[in-house]
Write a protein that binds this ligand. Structure first.
Ligand SMILES: [Zn+2]
Length: 82
């Protein structure tokens, strides 16, 4: 999805029916419909966003949340140092 510095690589994870989340190598938009019950924005630093509907709109919402709710909220010193 996008990368900010080394440790902030955002991606959209899918929540499987058993509650676990897919990893950063899984392209949730290429998985068969019904594979996931929710989409969740995650970041390589360990940040996890809220869950969104498992739909194209949910993917967009998760990506937007990663950027607007996480990246822009990072301390300026951390961004400036990179
Ligand atoms: Zn991050």
């Amino acid at each position: 999805m996008a990368t900010v510095g080394d440790e902030h690589g955002g991606y959209v994870a899918g929540r499987y029916r058993d509650g676990s989340l897919s990893d950063g190598w899984t392209d949730v938009e290429r998985c068969a419909g019904g594979t996931f019950v929710r989409y969740v924005a995650r970041c390589a630093c360990g940040w996890t966003g809220r869950s969104h509907p498992a739909s194209p709109a949910g993917v967009r919402a998760a990506k937007q949340e990663w950027f607007l709710g996480h990246v822009v909220a990072l301390p300026l010193s951390e961004v400036a140092a990179r």
